[in-house]
Design a binder for this molecule. Sequence first.
Ligand SMILES: Cc1cc2nc3c(=O)[nH]c(=O)nc-3n(C[C@H](O)[C@H](O)[C@H](O)COP(=O)(O)OP(=O)(O)OC[C@H]3O[C@@H](n4cnc5c(N)ncnc54)[C@H](O)[C@@H]3O)c2cc1C
Length: 389
Amino acid sequence: MIAIVGAGIGGLAAGIALHRAGYAVEIFEQAAAIGEVGAGLSLTPNAMKALAWLGVEPAVRPLADEPPQQITRHYASGELLVSFDRSDTVARWGAPYLQIHRADLHAVLLRHFITHCAGKVHTGRRLISLKDRPENAELSFASGETWYAQAVIGADGLKSVVRRALFGDDAPRFERFVAWRGLVPRERLGALELSPGSAVFAGPGRLFVRYPVRHGALMNFVAFARVETWAGESWSQTGEVAEPRAVLADFHPEVHAILDAAPGGRCHKWGLFARDPLPSWTRGVATLLGDAAHPMLPWFGQGAASALEDAVVLGRCLLANGPNETIDAGFRNFERARLPRVTMLQRESAAGGERLVGMRPEMLSNASVVNEDSLGIFAYDPVCASLTN
Ligand SMILES: Cc1cc2nc3c(=O)[nH]c(=O)nc-3n(C[C@H](O)[C@H](O)[C@H](O)COP(=O)(O)OP(=O)(O)OC[C@H]3O[C@@H](n4cnc5c(N)ncnc54)[C@H](O)[C@@H]3O)c2cc1C
């Protein structure tokens, strides 16, 4: 049995991929129950190819929105600075570019996994220690239980306990940005006219992003601002929408119309944290995946996409294992195949924020923007990518 720690996007996708590769899997999740958490996230063409291999693309597609364009406006005047047509994404990249509520994607992955592996997601299991030995791994949970596994995958996010057990404690580094996010029911926006797809308002040291999810029933927003210190570190911390309103006081009226409509004047807030790329993620019979392996800043929206890519490449590496090869040999191939790609994503994501808010907005244009197209992020295909890097 292979134990996966964490039933987030990466852990569930890995569970599906490992089942496809013929392995017995048990997934352990710290949350007492799996509920509706998070807001919007992007499923770029590289992520959609991963979802197709995992067999969930047909279930995801009707739940997601396909933005016809992505634009960037001047934070105060609203002047159009950058505009990318996304209507030709399938023709250019072989898969669509979608935006979805994280909870909807998560629910599809969970449903698919438990359809094939009933009773294999164990909630209320917070891993507190891991002992990896050459022959097996011992997992101890806060619930008092101990499990033994042939191999372990740490898909336990930014504050990964598996990563700490394998490689020591390199505390995540605060990247001097705070973010506020929320979901506004469309009817709360009244007659406000909004351009279709996603829009970014770029200002000095600050940024506001909005795009619809659930076919326009909800407007997803995220505001980012440079700050010097941050104490919290969680996806579930809440705050007053008055905070981003004050920080973005000089932003366009459209931004304020959306912030003003946040239900109960509340939103979520979190600090942006990063870690330096690791030279290796695998030790003995354990490996890491998703944010546990390579957390990245959100500027290219590749956090979930890269976790989905990981799951597919991991599944392919285990499928390609010869009859005499061990699981850890498959893990090492996985790591070799993935390191160059995710190291590039981590580095470019780290530079992306500075590019967006560090330059005068007037300097932004289609020609000056370094984005997913120019970096080849969308061109990657986890289903065909070489396994022999
Ligand atoms: C609650 C939540 C809300 C999010 N909302 C958004 C969003 O709105 N937009 C967006 O772009 N990204 C969001 N993300 C992040 C995004 O899902 C990830 O960056 C990306 O999908 C990579 O996924 P991952 O599986 O590696 O990590 P995560 O999605 O963070 O999943 C990690 C999982 O491991 C579990 N876990 C952690 N520690 C332990 C432990 N010791 N024992 C057992 N289980 C453990 C966590 O509870 C979680 O379910 C959210 C993440 C979480 C956890």
